[in-house]
Design a protein around this ligand. Structure first.
Ligand SMILES: *Cc1c(COP(=O)(O)O)cnc(C)c1O
Length: 421
Protein backbone atom coordinates (compact mmCIF):
# COMPACT_ATOMS: atom_id res chain seq x y z
CA UNK A 1 0.00 0.00 0.00
CA UNK A 2 1.18 3.50 -0.73
CA UNK A 3 -0.15 7.03 -0.94
CA UNK A 4 0.30 7.66 -4.67
CA UNK A 5 -3.22 7.73 -6.11
CA UNK A 6 -5.13 9.45 -8.88
CA UNK A 7 -7.34 12.27 -7.74
CA UNK A 8 -9.41 14.35 -10.14
CA UNK A 9 -7.49 12.78 -12.99
CA UNK A 10 -3.95 13.48 -11.76
CA UNK A 11 -1.51 11.28 -9.86
CA UNK A 12 -0.98 12.68 -6.38
CA UNK A 13 1.57 12.06 -3.67
CA UNK A 14 -0.75 12.22 -0.65
CA UNK A 15 -2.59 15.53 -1.23
CA UNK A 16 -0.14 17.07 -3.68
CA UNK A 17 -0.45 16.73 -7.47
CA UNK A 18 2.84 15.50 -8.96
CA UNK A 19 2.21 17.80 -11.93
CA UNK A 20 2.23 20.80 -9.57
CA UNK A 21 5.63 19.82 -8.21
CA UNK A 22 6.92 19.25 -11.75
CA UNK A 23 5.79 22.70 -12.75
CA UNK A 24 7.71 24.34 -9.93
CA UNK A 25 10.94 22.34 -9.78
CA UNK A 26 11.15 20.79 -13.25
CA UNK A 27 11.79 17.15 -14.07
CA UNK A 28 13.07 14.56 -13.43
CA UNK A 29 12.73 14.29 -9.65
CA UNK A 30 12.12 11.76 -6.91
CA UNK A 31 9.12 12.25 -4.68
CA UNK A 32 8.61 10.51 -1.33
CA UNK A 33 5.51 10.16 0.80
CA UNK A 34 5.80 10.67 4.55
CA UNK A 35 2.60 8.70 5.21
CA UNK A 36 3.93 5.68 3.30
CA UNK A 37 7.31 5.74 5.03
CA UNK A 38 5.56 5.99 8.38
CA UNK A 39 3.11 3.21 7.66
CA UNK A 40 5.79 0.78 6.52
CA UNK A 41 7.99 1.46 9.53
CA UNK A 42 5.02 0.95 11.82
CA UNK A 43 4.09 -2.35 10.16
CA UNK A 44 7.46 -3.71 11.27
CA UNK A 45 7.36 -2.47 14.85
CA UNK A 46 3.80 -3.76 15.21
CA UNK A 47 4.82 -7.12 13.72
CA UNK A 48 7.64 -7.51 16.26
CA UNK A 49 5.77 -6.32 19.33
CA UNK A 50 5.76 -7.30 22.13
CA UNK A 51 9.30 -8.66 21.67
CA UNK A 52 11.95 -6.16 22.72
CA UNK A 53 13.16 -4.90 19.37
CA UNK A 54 14.65 -2.13 17.28
CA UNK A 55 13.83 -1.59 13.62
CA UNK A 56 17.02 -0.21 12.07
CA UNK A 57 16.26 1.37 8.71
CA UNK A 58 18.89 0.37 6.12
CA UNK A 59 20.03 3.82 5.09
CA UNK A 60 21.67 2.56 1.95
CA UNK A 61 18.24 2.13 0.34
CA UNK A 62 17.30 5.81 0.74
CA UNK A 63 19.59 8.12 2.61
CA UNK A 64 18.26 11.67 2.44
CA UNK A 65 18.56 13.23 5.91
CA UNK A 66 14.93 14.43 5.81
CA UNK A 67 13.75 10.86 5.26
CA UNK A 68 16.01 9.61 8.05
CA UNK A 69 14.66 12.29 10.37
CA UNK A 70 11.09 11.31 9.49
CA UNK A 71 11.84 7.72 10.53
CA UNK A 72 14.12 8.67 13.42
CA UNK A 73 11.34 10.78 14.93
CA UNK A 74 9.16 7.68 15.00
CA UNK A 75 11.82 5.88 17.03
CA UNK A 76 13.60 4.01 14.24
CA UNK A 77 17.21 2.97 14.57
CA UNK A 78 19.52 3.05 11.56
CA UNK A 79 21.70 0.48 9.82
CA UNK A 80 24.71 2.14 8.21
CA UNK A 81 27.41 0.71 5.97
CA UNK A 82 29.87 3.58 5.79
CA UNK A 83 31.12 6.56 7.76
CA UNK A 84 29.16 8.77 5.39
CA UNK A 85 25.92 6.99 6.24
CA UNK A 86 26.84 7.16 9.91
CA UNK A 87 27.18 10.94 9.56
CA UNK A 88 23.79 11.08 7.86
CA UNK A 89 22.15 9.19 10.72
CA UNK A 90 23.73 11.56 13.22
CA UNK A 91 22.74 14.59 11.14
CA UNK A 92 19.16 13.31 11.30
CA UNK A 93 19.41 13.36 15.10
CA UNK A 94 19.50 9.59 15.59
CA UNK A 95 21.42 8.79 18.78
CA UNK A 96 24.52 6.60 18.47
CA UNK A 97 22.97 3.88 20.60
CA UNK A 98 20.40 3.32 17.85
CA UNK A 99 22.93 3.03 15.04
CA UNK A 100 24.21 -0.34 13.85
CA UNK A 101 27.31 -0.39 11.63
CA UNK A 102 27.24 -3.15 9.00
CA UNK A 103 29.48 -3.76 6.01
CA UNK A 104 32.22 -6.08 4.89
CA UNK A 105 35.05 -3.56 4.66
CA UNK A 106 34.94 -1.00 7.44
CA UNK A 107 38.17 0.96 7.64
CA UNK A 108 39.92 1.85 10.88
CA UNK A 109 39.01 5.48 10.26
CA UNK A 110 35.34 4.55 9.98
CA UNK A 111 35.55 2.54 13.20
CA UNK A 112 37.09 5.52 14.96
CA UNK A 113 34.37 7.89 13.77
CA UNK A 114 31.61 5.58 14.98
CA UNK A 115 33.29 4.87 18.33
CA UNK A 116 33.75 8.58 18.90
CA UNK A 117 30.18 9.47 18.00
CA UNK A 118 28.61 6.49 19.79
CA UNK A 119 27.41 3.23 18.35
CA UNK A 120 24.94 0.50 19.29
CA UNK A 121 27.02 -2.25 17.75
CA UNK A 122 29.34 -3.14 14.91
CA UNK A 123 28.30 -6.09 12.81
CA UNK A 124 31.70 -7.64 12.25
CA UNK A 125 32.22 -9.75 9.14
CA UNK A 126 35.68 -11.29 9.44
CA UNK A 127 38.51 -12.07 11.84
CA UNK A 128 40.86 -9.40 10.45
CA UNK A 129 38.11 -6.83 10.91
CA UNK A 130 37.48 -8.04 14.45
CA UNK A 131 41.16 -7.67 15.33
CA UNK A 132 41.36 -4.22 13.75
CA UNK A 133 38.29 -3.06 15.68
CA UNK A 134 39.71 -4.35 18.95
CA UNK A 135 42.93 -2.43 18.31
CA UNK A 136 41.13 0.79 17.39
CA UNK A 137 38.81 0.58 20.40
CA UNK A 138 41.68 -0.23 22.78
CA UNK A 139 43.74 2.67 21.44
CA UNK A 140 40.80 4.96 22.25
CA UNK A 141 40.27 3.41 25.68
CA UNK A 142 36.76 2.20 24.83
CA UNK A 143 35.03 -1.13 24.29
CA UNK A 144 33.31 -1.82 20.98
CA UNK A 145 30.03 -3.77 21.18
CA UNK A 146 29.87 -6.34 18.39
CA UNK A 147 27.68 -8.91 16.76
CA UNK A 148 29.39 -11.29 14.36
CA UNK A 149 27.76 -11.74 10.99
CA UNK A 150 27.40 -15.40 10.22
CA UNK A 151 26.85 -16.77 6.76
CA UNK A 152 24.17 -19.44 7.14
CA UNK A 153 24.67 -20.86 3.64
CA UNK A 154 21.05 -20.61 2.56
CA UNK A 155 19.80 -19.78 -0.89
CA UNK A 156 17.81 -16.55 -0.72
CA UNK A 157 16.39 -17.23 -4.19
CA UNK A 158 16.78 -13.65 -5.31
CA UNK A 159 18.84 -11.83 -7.95
CA UNK A 160 22.45 -13.07 -7.85
CA UNK A 161 23.86 -9.57 -7.33
CA UNK A 162 21.88 -9.11 -4.12
CA UNK A 163 22.06 -12.61 -2.62
CA UNK A 164 24.43 -12.56 0.35
CA UNK A 165 23.77 -15.67 2.42
CA UNK A 166 25.45 -18.42 0.39
CA UNK A 167 28.88 -19.70 1.35
CA UNK A 168 30.33 -18.42 -1.93
CA UNK A 169 29.27 -14.83 -1.14
CA UNK A 170 31.76 -12.45 0.44
CA UNK A 171 29.65 -11.81 3.53
CA UNK A 172 30.07 -12.94 7.12
CA UNK A 173 31.91 -15.89 8.59
CA UNK A 174 30.87 -19.50 7.86
CA UNK A 175 28.44 -20.57 10.55
CA UNK A 176 30.43 -23.80 11.00
CA UNK A 177 33.41 -21.76 12.25
CA UNK A 178 31.37 -19.60 14.60
CA UNK A 179 32.59 -21.23 17.85
CA UNK A 180 36.21 -20.58 16.98
CA UNK A 181 35.63 -16.99 15.89
CA UNK A 182 33.45 -16.12 18.89
CA UNK A 183 36.10 -17.59 21.19
CA UNK A 184 38.73 -15.34 19.69
CA UNK A 185 36.40 -12.31 19.83
CA UNK A 186 35.82 -12.96 23.53
CA UNK A 187 39.59 -12.90 24.13
CA UNK A 188 40.19 -9.63 22.30
CA UNK A 189 40.48 -6.76 24.79
CA UNK A 190 38.60 -4.05 22.90
CA UNK A 191 35.42 -5.99 22.16
CA UNK A 192 32.18 -6.83 23.93
CA UNK A 193 30.37 -9.66 22.15
CA UNK A 194 26.65 -8.92 22.40
CA UNK A 195 25.04 -10.98 19.70
CA UNK A 196 24.71 -12.63 16.34
CA UNK A 197 24.02 -10.98 12.99
CA UNK A 198 22.70 -12.45 9.77
CA UNK A 199 21.54 -10.91 6.48
CA UNK A 200 20.91 -13.23 3.57
CA UNK A 201 20.02 -10.93 0.71
CA UNK A 202 17.64 -8.38 -0.69
CA UNK A 203 14.26 -8.48 -2.46
CA UNK A 204 13.33 -11.86 -0.99
CA UNK A 205 9.85 -12.87 -2.06
CA UNK A 206 9.42 -15.95 0.12
CA UNK A 207 9.75 -16.57 3.83
CA UNK A 208 11.40 -19.98 3.69
CA UNK A 209 15.01 -18.74 3.25
CA UNK A 210 14.53 -16.48 6.29
CA UNK A 211 13.14 -19.43 8.21
CA UNK A 212 16.12 -21.62 7.37
CA UNK A 213 18.53 -18.88 8.36
CA UNK A 214 16.78 -17.95 11.60
CA UNK A 215 16.55 -21.57 12.72
CA UNK A 216 20.31 -21.81 12.27
CA UNK A 217 20.71 -18.62 14.28
CA UNK A 218 18.55 -20.08 17.06
CA UNK A 219 20.74 -23.22 17.18
CA UNK A 220 23.84 -21.12 17.20
CA UNK A 221 22.51 -19.00 20.05
CA UNK A 222 22.14 -22.12 22.22
CA UNK A 223 25.58 -23.38 21.23
CA UNK A 224 27.36 -20.09 21.88
CA UNK A 225 25.61 -19.63 25.21
CA UNK A 226 26.72 -23.11 26.20
CA UNK A 227 30.23 -22.03 25.32
CA UNK A 228 29.96 -19.12 27.72
CA UNK A 229 28.99 -16.20 25.50
CA UNK A 230 26.31 -13.81 26.68
CA UNK A 231 24.28 -13.70 23.48
CA UNK A 232 21.61 -11.10 24.20
CA UNK A 233 20.88 -9.52 20.84
CA UNK A 234 20.00 -11.00 17.45
CA UNK A 235 20.27 -8.86 14.34
CA UNK A 236 18.23 -10.60 11.67
CA UNK A 237 19.10 -8.31 8.77
CA UNK A 238 16.78 -6.92 6.13
CA UNK A 239 15.77 -8.16 2.74
CA UNK A 240 12.00 -8.51 2.70
CA UNK A 241 10.90 -7.87 -0.88
CA UNK A 242 8.21 -5.63 -2.30
CA UNK A 243 5.84 -6.04 -5.26
CA UNK A 244 7.33 -4.18 -8.22
CA UNK A 245 4.62 -5.20 -10.66
CA UNK A 246 1.18 -4.54 -9.24
CA UNK A 247 -0.48 -7.63 -10.56
CA UNK A 248 1.75 -10.67 -10.30
CA UNK A 249 3.98 -10.69 -7.24
CA UNK A 250 2.81 -11.04 -3.68
CA UNK A 251 5.80 -11.04 -1.34
CA UNK A 252 5.16 -11.91 2.30
CA UNK A 253 3.83 -9.18 4.56
CA UNK A 254 5.72 -7.75 7.54
CA UNK A 255 3.10 -9.35 9.82
CA UNK A 256 3.96 -12.82 8.51
CA UNK A 257 7.65 -12.01 8.72
CA UNK A 258 7.17 -10.90 12.33
CA UNK A 259 5.29 -14.09 13.14
CA UNK A 260 8.14 -16.11 11.64
CA UNK A 261 10.66 -14.26 13.80
CA UNK A 262 8.61 -14.94 16.91
CA UNK A 263 8.31 -18.61 15.99
CA UNK A 264 12.01 -19.14 15.23
CA UNK A 265 13.89 -16.94 17.70
CA UNK A 266 11.17 -15.36 19.84
CA UNK A 267 11.70 -17.51 22.93
CA UNK A 268 15.45 -16.98 23.30
CA UNK A 269 15.08 -13.90 25.47
CA UNK A 270 17.09 -11.83 23.02
CA UNK A 271 16.51 -8.31 21.89
CA UNK A 272 15.66 -8.45 18.18
CA UNK A 273 17.01 -6.07 15.58
CA UNK A 274 15.96 -6.03 11.95
CA UNK A 275 17.38 -3.93 9.13
CA UNK A 276 14.70 -3.42 6.51
CA UNK A 277 15.49 -0.98 3.73
CA UNK A 278 13.50 -1.62 0.59
CA UNK A 279 10.23 -2.52 2.29
CA UNK A 280 10.16 0.82 4.07
CA UNK A 281 11.48 3.04 1.29
CA UNK A 282 10.61 1.25 -1.97
CA UNK A 283 6.94 1.99 -2.39
CA UNK A 284 7.35 5.29 -0.56
CA UNK A 285 8.88 6.91 -3.63
CA UNK A 286 8.22 7.60 -7.29
CA UNK A 287 10.43 9.01 -10.00
CA UNK A 288 8.65 11.62 -12.11
CA UNK A 289 9.90 12.26 -15.61
CA UNK A 290 8.74 14.08 -18.73
CA UNK A 291 8.52 12.73 -22.25
CA UNK A 292 11.03 14.61 -24.41
CA UNK A 293 10.19 12.94 -27.70
CA UNK A 294 8.18 10.09 -29.07
CA UNK A 295 10.23 8.49 -31.82
CA UNK A 296 8.67 6.09 -34.25
CA UNK A 297 11.24 3.38 -34.93
CA UNK A 298 10.99 0.31 -37.08
CA UNK A 299 8.31 -1.86 -35.59
CA UNK A 300 8.44 0.00 -32.30
CA UNK A 301 7.86 3.38 -30.75
CA UNK A 302 10.42 4.85 -28.39
CA UNK A 303 9.37 6.99 -25.49
CA UNK A 304 12.41 9.16 -24.83
CA UNK A 305 12.30 10.50 -21.29
CA UNK A 306 14.28 13.16 -19.48
CA UNK A 307 15.16 10.58 -16.81
CA UNK A 308 17.92 8.11 -17.58
CA UNK A 309 19.90 5.19 -16.20
CA UNK A 310 22.03 7.61 -14.18
CA UNK A 311 18.88 8.65 -12.27
CA UNK A 312 17.44 5.14 -11.82
CA UNK A 313 19.93 2.38 -12.57
CA UNK A 314 17.92 -0.65 -11.41
CA UNK A 315 16.44 -1.62 -14.78
CA UNK A 316 19.83 -1.37 -16.43
CA UNK A 317 21.80 -2.98 -13.62
CA UNK A 318 19.48 -5.71 -12.34
CA UNK A 319 17.02 -6.02 -15.23
CA UNK A 320 14.50 -4.71 -12.71
CA UNK A 321 10.88 -3.98 -13.52
CA UNK A 322 9.25 -0.72 -12.42
CA UNK A 323 5.63 0.01 -13.17
CA UNK A 324 5.37 3.19 -15.23
CA UNK A 325 2.16 5.20 -15.18
CA UNK A 326 0.95 8.38 -16.84
CA UNK A 327 0.63 11.24 -14.35
CA UNK A 328 -2.54 12.41 -16.13
CA UNK A 329 -5.00 9.56 -15.64
CA UNK A 330 -5.99 7.96 -18.95
CA UNK A 331 -9.71 8.01 -19.67
CA UNK A 332 -11.46 4.74 -18.87
CA UNK A 333 -11.21 2.33 -21.77
CA UNK A 334 -8.11 3.98 -23.31
CA UNK A 335 -6.26 1.40 -25.38
CA UNK A 336 -2.68 0.79 -24.42
CA UNK A 337 0.15 0.53 -26.90
CA UNK A 338 3.66 -0.88 -26.50
CA UNK A 339 6.58 1.52 -26.03
CA UNK A 340 10.28 1.05 -25.52
CA UNK A 341 10.91 3.46 -22.66
CA UNK A 342 14.43 4.90 -22.78
CA UNK A 343 16.55 7.75 -21.45
CA UNK A 344 18.85 10.13 -23.32
CA UNK A 345 22.15 8.58 -22.17
CA UNK A 346 24.51 7.40 -24.89
CA UNK A 347 24.30 3.67 -24.37
CA UNK A 348 21.79 0.99 -25.19
CA UNK A 349 21.74 -0.06 -21.53
CA UNK A 350 19.80 3.14 -20.93
CA UNK A 351 16.50 1.34 -21.38
CA UNK A 352 13.83 1.27 -18.69
CA UNK A 353 11.39 -1.08 -20.38
CA UNK A 354 10.79 -2.78 -23.69
CA UNK A 355 7.41 -3.10 -25.39
CA UNK A 356 5.73 -1.78 -22.27
CA UNK A 357 1.98 -1.31 -22.69
CA UNK A 358 1.14 2.31 -21.88
CA UNK A 359 -1.63 4.70 -22.77
CA UNK A 360 -0.77 6.85 -25.80
CA UNK A 361 1.73 9.50 -24.68
CA UNK A 362 2.99 12.66 -26.32
CA UNK A 363 5.86 15.11 -25.97
CA UNK A 364 5.62 16.98 -22.70
CA UNK A 365 3.55 14.36 -20.86
CA UNK A 366 4.59 13.30 -17.39
CA UNK A 367 5.13 9.71 -16.30
CA UNK A 368 5.90 8.23 -12.91
CA UNK A 369 8.01 5.18 -12.12
CA UNK A 370 6.47 3.46 -9.15
CA UNK A 371 8.35 1.74 -6.32
CA UNK A 372 11.39 3.91 -6.96
CA UNK A 373 12.08 4.98 -3.38
CA UNK A 374 14.62 2.25 -2.65
CA UNK A 375 17.98 2.03 -4.44
CA UNK A 376 16.86 4.82 -6.75
CA UNK A 377 18.19 8.20 -5.77
CA UNK A 378 21.01 6.69 -3.70
CA UNK A 379 22.46 4.95 -6.76
CA UNK A 380 22.11 8.01 -9.01
CA UNK A 381 25.17 9.53 -10.61
CA UNK A 382 26.04 12.46 -12.81
CA UNK A 383 26.97 10.32 -15.79
CA UNK A 384 26.80 12.39 -18.99
CA UNK A 385 27.05 15.43 -16.68
CA UNK A 386 23.39 15.17 -15.99
CA UNK A 387 22.72 17.04 -12.73
CA UNK A 388 22.10 14.77 -9.74
CA UNK A 389 18.36 14.24 -9.57
CA UNK A 390 16.55 16.28 -6.88
CA UNK A 391 14.34 14.85 -4.15
CA UNK A 392 11.03 16.06 -2.75
CA UNK A 393 9.25 14.99 0.42
CA UNK A 394 5.46 15.28 0.67
CA UNK A 395 3.52 15.40 3.91
CA UNK A 396 -0.23 15.82 3.59
CA UNK A 397 -0.89 18.85 1.42
CA UNK A 398 2.59 20.32 1.54
CA UNK A 399 5.95 19.39 0.13
CA UNK A 400 9.58 20.42 0.41
CA UNK A 401 12.58 20.02 -1.83
CA UNK A 402 14.89 17.94 0.35
CA UNK A 403 17.75 17.89 -2.13
CA UNK A 404 17.95 20.59 -4.76
CA UNK A 405 19.00 20.01 -8.32
CA UNK A 406 22.57 21.31 -8.62
CA UNK A 407 23.24 24.08 -11.12
CA UNK A 408 25.78 23.56 -13.90
CA UNK A 409 27.99 26.13 -12.14
CA UNK A 410 27.95 24.00 -8.98
CA UNK A 411 28.79 20.89 -10.93
CA UNK A 412 31.67 22.54 -12.78
CA UNK A 413 33.00 24.16 -9.61
CA UNK A 414 33.84 20.71 -8.23
CA UNK A 415 36.49 20.19 -10.91
CA UNK A 416 39.76 21.94 -10.37
CA UNK A 417 42.16 22.65 -13.19
CA UNK A 418 45.85 22.39 -12.16
CA UNK A 419 47.97 25.51 -12.49
CA UNK A 420 50.06 24.07 -15.35
CA UNK A 421 47.09 24.16 -17.70
C1 LIG B 1 21.29 -4.05 2.02
C2 LIG B 1 21.25 -4.47 3.42
C3 LIG B 1 20.06 -4.36 4.17
C4 LIG B 1 18.76 -3.88 3.58
O1 LIG B 1 18.26 -4.73 2.60
P1 LIG B 1 16.80 -4.48 2.01
O2 LIG B 1 16.65 -5.50 0.98
O3 LIG B 1 16.77 -3.11 1.46
O4 LIG B 1 15.82 -4.64 3.13
C5 LIG B 1 20.10 -4.71 5.51
N1 LIG B 1 21.24 -5.15 6.09
C6 LIG B 1 22.39 -5.27 5.41
C7 LIG B 1 23.60 -5.75 6.11
C8 LIG B 1 22.44 -4.94 4.06
O5 LIG B 1 23.58 -5.07 3.39
Amino acid sequence: MDHFLYRSGTLHAEDVALSDIAQVIGTPFYCYSTATLTRHYQLFTEALSPLPHLVCFAIKSLSNVAVLKTLGNLGAGMDVVSAGEYMRAKAAGVPGDKIVFSGVGKTREEMRIALEGGIRQFNVESEPEMRALSEVASSMGVIAPIAIRVNPDVDARTHEKIATGKSENKFGIPIARASEVYAEAARLPGLDVVGIDVHIGSQLTELSPFEQAYLKVADLTHRLRAEGHDIRRLDLGGGLGIPYARNNEAPPLPTDYGALIKRTVGDLGCEIEIEPGRLISGNSGVLVSRVIYVKNGEGRDFLILDAAMNDLVRPSMYGAHHDIVAVEEPAAGTEQQPYDVVGPVCETGDTFAKARPLPPLAEGDLVAFRSAGAYGSVMASEYNTRPLIPEVLVKGDHYAVIRARPTFEEILARDTVPEWL
